[in-house]
Design a protein around this ligand. Structure first.
Ligand code: MLT
Length: 204
């Protein structure tokens, strides 16, 4: 059976009821974050799609006009498309969405944040590495049962600390329980990010 809408993706079954939705950064693919997913939770199932938008041949999850300047109409369209894919995949592979966690890095974290804001029925749990405000929704969703962890680099040249704090504030205004951690790091993911996110996930 073909998934509709479909994305090139990997699905690795797990031995627990948890599923991690892995969303790569610009220039990544569906295999990139599999090792990260395994590090975060070795027992979880992993669903890892490849972004459909190409920027100079590099896959992304939505179009941008410049670094940090997003094509909002495309972002909304791509957020819906990804959300519909995740719900079709849940039926197809038989995983429960109440134990689904979005795990995104950079561009993948930004579409995960967009999905929390626009399609909160898909998941209210997320680990966002190097995220910024993707868009301001017309109406704030009810995220009062959301649990979100954000990891930022205090020397990130792409995402200033103020931008990550703005995202945390927006999610909190929607009622989410947000943990935000700043690391001595740039835009790249560090081992401390992964270890700290794993601790948070384990304690949930
Ligand atoms: C984005 O485009 O989502 C952000 O600028 C992060 C990036 O992918 O470089």
């Amino acid at each position: 059976m073909k998934l509709r809408p479909d994305f090139i993706h990997e699905f690795l079954p797990g031995s627990s009821s948890r599923t991690l939705l892995l969303l790569h950064g610009t220039g990544g693919n569906e295999r990139d974050l599999i090792p990260l997913g395994r590090q975060l939770d070795p027992n979880a199932a992993l669903l890892s799609p490849r972004g459909k938008v190409l920027e100079n041949g590099m896959p992304r999850f939505f179009r941008r006009l410049a670094e940090g300047v997003f094509d909002i109409e495309d972002l909304k369209y791509r957020t819906d498309e990804l959300a519909d894919f995740v719900s079709a995949a849940a039926q197809h592979y038989g995983f429960a969405t109440d134990q689904l966690f979005a795990v995104g890095y950079s561009n993948g974290a930004n579409i995960a944040a967009s999905m929390l804001l626009l399609r909160p029925e898909i998941t209210q749990r997320a680990i966002l590495f190097r995220a910024m405000v993707p868009l301001i929704p017309d109406a704030l969703p009810d995220l009062s049962s959301a649990r979100i962890w954000i990891g930022a680099g205090d020397q990130d040249p792409i995402i200033p600390a103020s931008e990550t704090k703005r995202l945390a504030e927006l999610l909190r205004r929607a009622g989410a329980d947000v943990t935000i951690r700043f690391f001595k790091a740039g835009h790249g993911l560090t081992n401390v990010d992964v270890v700290t996110a794993r601790e948070w996930l384990t304690e949930l």
